[in-house]
Design a protein around this ligand. Structure first.
Ligand code: PRT
Ligand code: ZN
Length: 285
């Protein structure tokens, strides 16, 4: 029977969260531990555990049908593969940083400078686009110490909280790429595999929607009911039920995590009371 092969990182920052999102789709992996291959018992799928840097090429060649990898890694690999979904974890950025004492006036600062990085291709593309000639030093690991030891004038590296830069006396001066984990598809899937990945993607989107949304219940004074309904469009339209108490209604809807605090603040200003917010187990979008 045809099986979809999905490549994920063997061990590292993406591994746990990639397995989590797959587990939340209800797919059971037989030997969930990090073998080279893991078979699903209740879905036509197998997981290949690889180094993240190898994943884009394997997906491009069709050895894997899909893969979960950081967008930074795909961009660096030079394989422009179809992104089926952005998965919302492992968010980071690729940025240029210089010693904090440097007076930085703009991208031309990098002309003639030595820049240390593990991402030479992404960096070169950015420099070329800006017509800047700089010297790229490729190093793998501990890029952040390159300026301190006199190897380079600047670094180009992954930044998340920014604390690694600060503790190495550096400051971020240009953000070149925003990244997060992405689900990639191979251009070489046959029609059966396309069907399977369609079903897998539907499940992944269900998981992401339920992660990104909350169920909300509240009591609304009828005089502000229209405003509150407009604020909470929900999936189709909110449920409104009369309370036993005259002049009040109960409103049930769905609210997106991103707008959450803004919506809550407005609801309170419209006189909403007894607001309850509940996680959603599954949300079919
Ligand atoms: O062994 P393998 O090759 O598979 O793994 P790896 O060592 O290449 O990658 P890994 O597991 O370290 O990271 C995998 C992916 O996680 C990266 O390609 C990014 O897409 C993503 N990611 C998200 C990060 C970070 N956040 C991150 N903070 N990858 C690395 N870092 C490092 C960064 O290199 C720097 O040293 O953390 C430091 C910066 O963090 P802050 O918080 O101090 O700014
Ligand atoms: Zn890697």
């Amino acid at each position: 029977m045809e099986k979809l092969k999905i490549a994920i990182q063997k061990s590292g920052r993406l591994s746990e969260k990639s397995l989590d999102v797959i587990a939340e789709t209800g797919i059971n992996l037989n030997n969930g531990s990090r073998k080279l291959i893991s078979l699903a018992s209740n879905f036509p799928l197998e997981i290949l555990f690889l180094r993240d840097d190898d994943i884009p090429q394997y997906v491009a060649d069709g050895v894997a049908d899909a893969g979960i990898v950081g967008e930074n890694v795909m961009m660096e690999s030079g394989n422009q593969l179809e992104i089926l979904e952005r998965l919302g974890f492992a968010r980071c950025r690729l940025s240029l940083a210089v010693p904090k004492s440097v007076n930085y006036a703009g991208p031309q600062h990098f002309a003639g400078k030595r820049i240390a990085t593990s991402y030479p291709n992404v960096l070169q593309a950015w420099l070329s686009e800006k017509n800047i000639l700089a010297e790229i030093h490729v190093i793998n690991g501990s890029v952040e110490i390159a300026t301190g030891i006199g190897l380079a004038d600047a670094i180009f590296d992954i930044v998340s909280s920014g604390s690694t830069l600060i503790s190495n006396g550096l400051k971020e001066v240009e953000k070149v790429l925003d990244s997060e984990a992405i689900l990639l598809a191979s251009p070489l899937m046959n029609s059966r595999k396309k069907e399977i990945i369609g079903e897998f993607l539907f499940r992944i989107r269900t998981v992401l929607a339920s992660r990104n949304n909350k169920y909300i219940l509240l009591n609304a004074p009828n005089k502000n009911l229209n405003k509150i309904i407009n604020l909470l469009p929900g999936m189709k339209s909110p449920t409104v039920l009369p309370l036993a108490l005259e002049g009040w209604s109960s409103v049930h809807s769905v609210v997106n995590e991103n707008d959450f605090w803004q919506v809550i603040e407005k609801l309170r200003s419209y006189g909403a009371e007894g607001i309850l917010v509940i996680p959603i187990e599954k949300m079919i979008v």
